[in-house]
Ligand binder design. Structure first.
Ligand code: ARG
Length: 603
């Protein structure tokens, strides 16, 4: 019996295969539900047969038949359009009766993916720029897991490198006697703002001051370099300070990750982790005959033969390692530690495109196994209206300020509109996060974003809170409906939508969903699996964010035009519409969860 969307798809495909033997049948999703639920573009098949696609589509419409659906030739497309009740049945059963896994999820496929994201540099604070890597990476990790992959979430913390030379030099100059434990403000600096009275902020102030003074006094650069050298040479004082700075930073980062609801397999595989692997990595490059002498004894890998003009520097003239060396060591380590991985996604800004081209080219030379597996997933930088953000110059927007401001704006609205709301602080936090994270996802991944408070924290229009509001409104309807309706929207998913939802069945009579607005909503719900797959294919959350907005918007059309709890409804109509509400709530909550956004039950 044909029931679910997948069954219709299979039936349609089989029919087409019968008519077009030997051709690969690719089905698409039409842009709007009025056109149908599945479309077969006839171009390729028509070309193969030497005929006009419009004619082929007409011919096929006369021959193909799928019970419960009409076949409509629309220009060069053959559309399968489900009858209203079949559509309701197909979509609702897929969402409400998902037994083994949630709607849109796929069974474990035994394939391994590494997602490396966030990777902030220690001693620089978490800025709005880091949010992009963190949340894009989080969504990619969630979605791959949802699609059945074994996912490893890694954070290539910047806990090693010349910036530590800078910090050690600055600390010894201006802090070690005056403010050794970094608990007080410096007398030479603006006092730290109240909520930023943290050692990490004071490290940041040291860093900024050092770079400012270094502009006047280039000799200071040498001082920083010497400190980094001491660190690499295992000097106890340099080591002890490094460790303290790192611990301070980790505590602070962990707090932010907890707030964002983001977690990693480990925070222990940062750049410093690869220290013992640097020499073997250089040796391996050497043995492969890839190392060349560069400027003043520096060591490089030439990449001209593969079309990259700039060689990859792997060791500086003074013998210290660099960022690239540590990335090479990390990749080689991952090859061993996560054997057979299919992809390693590096969610890192567009400013590092060349860096990854170089790293990947070197890896390909070392071992062709790497080819195509290492993927840089670049994202556009966050700029300020006045230009680039720069930690060195101190003109940055801190992530926490953005989250706090978003929460405060939401709180003000709640205080005005719904002061009695239970748990309003938690709700304000969820909505504020929803606004910021969703805004990011709605942006094209690779285009730069110009940060302005009003844009990033917008609450109206195609925003997270708009989607969250649709979800909360549905739950309020379900609560009013009584019985266990509200529980059905949540059932079976205490730990978030990776568990299948259970406890709801498709009503027998679906005539209450015949109205075009109900049909439009069903069509948008059916788009979720495709949107989720598109996130993995395109390595960005945008398709999912857009789909959720479409669902929320069509819910609003349904809600306005199809009364759910009206006393004049027959029990059958009421039940069918409530079932559609349950399905919609599940899809919204699940989609938001994949993006790292929570959906409050009330707002
Ligand atoms: N820590 C670097 C930064 O903040 C990003 C690291 C990206 N990942 C990597 N494997 N290089 O710029």
């Amino acid at each position: 019996m044909t029931h679910r969307m997948d069954d219709f798809r299979d039936a349609f495909r089989q029919q087409l295969e019968g008519e077009l033997p030997g051709l690969e049948i690719v089905l698409e999703r039409p842009k709007a539900g009025e056109m149908g639920d599945l479309a077969f573009p006839c171009f390729r098949a028509a070309k193969h047969r030497g005929m006009n696609p419009v004619q082929l589509s007409k011919d096929l419409a006369g021959k193909v038949a799928v019970p419960g659906a009409d076949l409509v030739a629309a220009g060069p497309y053959l559309n399968l359009k489900l009858w209203p009740e079949s559509r309701a049945q197909a979509v609702l059963s897929a969402i409400l009766e998902a037994k083994d896994r949630p709607f849109g999820a796929r069974p474990a496929n035994g394939r391994k993916v590494i997602v490396e994201y966030s990777s902030p540099n220690i001693a620089k604070l978490f800025t709005i720029g880091h949010l992009r890597s963190t949340m894009i990476g989080h969504a990619l990790a969630q979605v791959h897991q949802f699609l059945g992959y074994e996912v490893h979430r890694l954070n290539h913390l910047g806990d090693w490198g010349t910036q530590f030379g800078t910090l050690l030099a600055a600390y010894t100059r201006w802090a070690q006697s005056e403010n050794p434990d970094l608990t007080r403000d410096f007398d030479w600096a603006e006092p730290a703002p109240e909520k930023r009275r943290t050692p990490l902020f004071r490290l940041f102030q040291l860093y900024v001051r050092f770079h400012a003074e270094e502009e006047q006094d280039p000799a200071m650069r040498e001082e920083a370099r010497a400190w980094f050298k001491r660190l690499e040479d295992n000097d106890p004082k340099a080591r002890a300070l490094w460790k303290r700075f790192r611990d301070l930073s980790l505590t602070e980062f962990q707090r932010i990750y907890d707030r964002l609801g983001v977690s990693f397999d480990t925070l222990a595989q940062g750049e410093a982790f690869y220290e013992d692997r640097l020499a073997p990595t250089l040796k391996r490059l050497e043995d492969a005959g890839l190392l060349t002498e560069g400027d003043r004894g520096a060591r490089i890998v030439n990449l001209e033969d593969v079309g990259i003009a700039t060689p990859c520097l792997v060791q500086k003239a003074d013998g210290t390692s660099i960022y690239a060396t540590r990335d090479l060591a990390a990749a080689l380590y991952r090859e061993e530690a996560y054997p057979g991985f299919e992809k390693c996604l590096y969610v890192v800004g567009t400013d590092q495109v060349l860096h990854f081209q170089q790293i990947f080219a070197v890896l390909d030379k070392l071992d062709p196994w790497f080819k195509g597996r290492m993927v840089h997933t670049p994202f556009g930088m966050v700029k300020l209206p006045e230009g680039k953000m720069s930690t060195r110059k101190g003109n940055v927007i801190f992530l926490e300020d953005v989250l706090d401001e978003a929460r405060e704006r939401v709180s003000a609205i709640i205080a005005e509109k719904n002061p009695e709301l239970a748990g309003k602080e938690a709700v304000a936090e969820m909505l504020g996060m929803g606004a910021v994270v969703f805004f990011d996802a709605m942006n094209d991944r690779v285009k730069p974003i110009t940060f302005t408070w009003d844009r990033v924290i917008a609450l109206d229009g195609d925003t997270g809170p708009y989607v969250q509001y649709a979800h909360a409104r549905i739950l309020s309807v379900l609560r009013k409906a009584g019985g266990d309706w509200a529980a059905k929207a949540q059932a079976g998913s205490p730990d978030g939508p990776f568990l299948p939802f259970a406890g709801a069945t498709v009503p027998v009579d679906l005539a209450g969903l015949a109205a075009p607005e109900a049909q439009a909503l069903l069509f948008e719900l059916a788009g979720l699996p495709g949107a989720v797959a598109a996130v993995a294919d395109g390595c960005m959350a945008t398709p999912l964010a857009r789909q959720l907005v479409s669902v929320a918007r069509s819910f609003s059309g349904f809600y306005t035009n199809c009364p759910i709890l009206a006393p004049e409804n027959t029990p059958e109509v009421r039940e069918a519409r409530l079932a559609l509400c349950v399905a919609t709530a599940r899809v919204l909550r699940q989609g938001l969860f994949l993006m790292g956004i929570q959906a409050p039950e009330e707002m």
